[in-house]
Design a protein around this ligand. Structure first.
Ligand code: 2HA
Ligand code: ZN
Length: 273
């Protein structure tokens, strides 16, 4: 199996890009211990390949089924794995899985049964698959789902004032011109629920119907994008806005913010991107 993945150039490139970004998540301080998880839909890269040794792969049943994802391939980060380790040993920290014919279970096709080094996908797998299924249902072309603990954004959600989607976006958009340009839909706010729960998965799906980034109260972000880099960039830009806001506050500066006319002008510019 290893040679098979190694010979797929496009797959190797995406894994290399993911390793690089995993290193940035760690450097930004967003990935303490095992925090953060990433999944990428790689069906387009693998569907032409013939895989026949299914009896060799570990198989797991899913608590829910994801009919739109039947037969799809993903790579996902492993549960308990660290982004800083993924940055330099990707295949020891992420795994490749394929959903079965009715998407009620999956094989881990990057491992074989009995291999001592076997590990499981991220604990947030139900949220990741739910999001990939929503993307497949609406037919848009995002391939990546990324969760990370972007603390600049998390900090905002500790204030009741910012647990309000409109207020949150008003502040994020008015700290830097590029936020409106590159994150024109702003963030969707997700109130606090237990991580890994069915409730948080459902609320995240709702938020991502109209946004590319969902901000989980007192926890982190879930973002979607066409590439790992693009997904990271959206979170990075939002974090920059939050950072400028806190720098103003700590310097006793009341941010001047953009006027409605300036924001409208930026939105117009965003339409051409
Ligand atoms: O990957 O961040 O919320 C670990 C987490 C779970
Ligand atoms: Zn988390």
């Amino acid at each position: 199996m290893k040679e098979y993945f190694n010979s797929n150039k496009e797959l190797k490139n995406i894994i290399r890009e993911t390793s690089e970004i995993a290193g940035y998540l760690w450097q930004r301080g967003w990935a303490e211990r095992n925090a953060s998880n990433i999944s990428v839909n790689i069906t387009d890269l693998l569907k032409k390949e013939e895989i026949s040794e299914y009896s060799l792969f570990p198989y797991f049943t899913l608590p829910l089924s994801y009919p739109k994802l039947a037969g799809s391939y993903f790579f996902v980060t492993g549960t308990g794995k660290r982004m800083r380790d993924l940055a330099w040993k990707p295949m020891k920290n992420l795994l490749i899985l394929q959903l079965n014919g009715d998407a009620s279970g999956y094989w881990i096709i990057s491992q074989t049964i009995g291999d001592a080094e076997n590990f499981l996908p991220t604990s947030e797998l139900p949220t990741h698959l739910g999001i990939h299924q929503m993307i497949a249902e609406r037919g848009s072309n995002e391939k990546v789902v990324m969760h990370t603990h972007a603390h600049e954004l998390v900090t905002l959600t500790h204030a009741k004032e910012f647990c309000d989607q409109d207020r949150l976006n008003q502040v994020l958009w008015s700290m830097h011109p590029e936020t409106v340009i590159f994150v024109p839909k702003g963030v969707g706010f997700v109130p606090y629920f237990l991580p890994g729960s069915v409730e948080i998965a459902a609320e995240t799906l709702k938020a991502l119907q109209n946004h590319d980034v969902a901000l989980w109260e007192k926890h982190g972000v879930f973002a979607i994008g066409k590439s790992v880099e693009e997904t990271f960039d959206a979170i990075d830009i939002l974090a920059k806005s939050a950072h400028i806001f806190f720098m103003c506050r700590s310097a006793n500066i009341i941010p001047d913010s953009f006027s409605e006319a300036q924001l409208a002008e930026l939105r117009k510019l965003a339409e051409n991107f």
